[in-house]
Write a protein of this length. Structure first.
Length: 509
């Protein structure tokens, strides 16, 4: 366990300062790009990053995890802003933050770890697909049609529209940005380790547009203060809209799950203090509450910036707090620099980020070893593309629950054929999900001898199966039922009777 004064040591402080600079350089293009892709002013992404560093970064919970705007919420924020307007963003994020604080205080944080990883990966894959399909239009200098399905359906037409200097130049900048991101770490030498790929890609794209005077649209800059919109009491009236309540639940579920899954992943990267999940949920909620008050983007813990923080040698939470300080200094002193960045470059960064959300390398082995999990992942991703984030995640969670119930209710029927009778023994868990299998087996038996039905090896017998087996026993003839009692504990001769000679249920196949 680290000393409380560890952060005051010069060697530790110097490592935290260097790590904070690395995280800041990674965060700037991502904060700005996520804001632009979300349909809000670029400065709001920086505001969320600042709050994530200065507020959430200073609170207990996780020590090295970095918070800020996340690509995983881009699609949902864009849909909310498009449907309800930018003015509704503040109250949505504020309500999300308050709900997260409440969940953390009642100890609900650890339960988010119970969400199936297949659902989370499917959620991220669906987000990645929608993000890629929407940002490809921005790479070419056009606006996306709207929903994920419409964006995918419009891609063939998009490729036919790429002609003329503006579209071709924009594509060149966007594709070039993606190539730099893909190849950056393969460049030999120390440069890829000292300069983050996103910053290098944006810098090269901005320089290319300036040097060659390319007709590519830059980011529209409003100014940090002008971009803020304080949430007032009148905004709470928007919560009467049932549609907004669904968005808030989606924000809460996705932001919380992504943050806590990220915390678990970051804990595996270092040997420092472990994350306290309930406190981390309160910290995330506090950050979102403040972001909501100023009308900024929602925040989550972000694995890319968190991994950069750990890999850069951060020792304490001072690194993530300082990264918020550098973001504040940049937003206050150099806002005009944002107006030099081409939109196509940021779109290229988000296309690359969306591709990394799709677990391409894990789907094939998952299909071979855990086919049910792979189905949950793919159905969740497809549902998000075809419907929306909230419905896709709900469908994924529901499918995961059904899959788990089906697997845990496995029942086995063993047949022991003798001259005087046949014994059918059931073991495992007999639930309504397996009732058709059980009854089909029993009803298919030929009626030429007595049968004894042994349920003593069952771990669980639910009410539906008990009632159905009693009815089958009454209809088919007397038999003995040894099985678990109503509370699930074994008991002898739960139902007893004498087999009638020549009658009773037939033997099983």
């Amino acid at each position: 366990m680290s000393s409380p004064h560890r952060g005051l040591r010069p060697d530790v402080l110097s490592r935290d300062v260097l790590a904070s600079i690395v995280v800041f350089l990674v965060a700037v293009p991502l904060c700005v790009g996520i804001a632009v892709a979300s349909g809000v002013p670029a400065e709001l992404g920086l505001v969320t990053g600042i709050v994530g560093g200065l507020v959430t970064g200073a609170m207990p919970g996780s020590s090295l995890q970095v918070s800020g705007p996340a690509a995983g919420l881009t699609v949902l924020v864009y849909e909310a802003v498009t449907t309800h307007g930018v003015a509704a963003l503040g109250i949505l994020v504020l309500a999300t933050g308050i709900l997260q604080i409440g969940l953390g205080l009642i100890g609900f944080g650890r339960w988010f770890r119970a969400i199936s990883t297949a659902v989370v990966h499917g959620m991220l894959a669906g987000i990645g697909l929608v993000l890629i399909s929407s940002q490809l239009y921005a790479v070419a200098g056009f606006s996306a049609p709207g929903s994920g399905l419409d964006n995918l359906a419009g891609l063939p037409d998009l490729f036919t529209r790429i002609h003329g200097a503006p579209a071709i130049s924009s594509c060149a900048v966007g594709v070039g940005t993606i190539l730099v991101l893909v190849l950056w770490k393969r460049i030999p030498g120390r440069l890829p380790r000292t300069l983050p790929g996103p910053l290098a890609a944006v810098g090269l794209a901005t320089a290319a547009v300036a040097v060659f005077d390319l007709p590519v649209a830059p980011i529209e800059v409003q100014g940090l203060i002008d971009s803020l919109r304080l949430t007032g009491l009148e905004d709470f009236g928007l919560l009467a809209d049932v549609g907004l309540l669904g968005v808030i639940l989606a924000f809460t579920l996705i932001a919380s799950a992504e943050s806590l899954f990220s915390a678990a992943a970051v804990d595996r990267m270092h040997d420092g203090p472990r994350t306290h999940f309930n406190k981390e949920l309160v910290a995330q909620g506090t950050g979102n509450t403040i972001c909501g008050l100023v009308g900024a983007l929602p925040m989550t813990a972000v694995i890319v910036r968190s991994a950069a923080n750990v890999q850069a040698g951060a020792c304490t939470k001072a690194s993530r707090i300082l990264h918020g300080v550098w973001l504040l200094v940049f937003a206050a002193l150099f806002p005009a620099m944002l107006g030099l960045i081409p939109v196509a470059a940021l779109a290229g960064i988000l296309v690359h980020a969306g591709a990394k959300l799709i677990p391409v390398t894990t789907i094939r082995p998952l299909w071979r070893e855990h086919r049910g999990e792979a189905v949950v992942l793919m159905v969740t991703a497809l549902a998000i593309v075809l419907t929306d984030m909230f419905m896709g995640v709900l469908l994924g969670i529901g499918l995961a629950v059904v899959k788990t119930a089906w697997e845990t209710s496995a029942v086995r029927l063993d047949i022991d054929e003798r001259e005087d009778r046949t014994t059918v023994s059931l073991s495992g868990s007999a639930t309504f999900l397996r009732l058709p299998q059980i009854l089909d087996t029993l009803e298919a038996l030929p009626k030429d001898g007595p049968v004894e039905l042994d349920l003593s090896q069952l771990r669980h017998l639910d009410h539906a199966c008990r009632t159905a087996l009693q009815a089958w026993s009454t209809h088919s003839g007397a038999l003995r039922l040894d099985g678990p009692a109503r509370d699930g504990t074994p008991r002898e001769a739960a139902l007893a009777g004498l087999a009638r000679d020549g009658e009773g249920p037939p033997r099983a196949r």
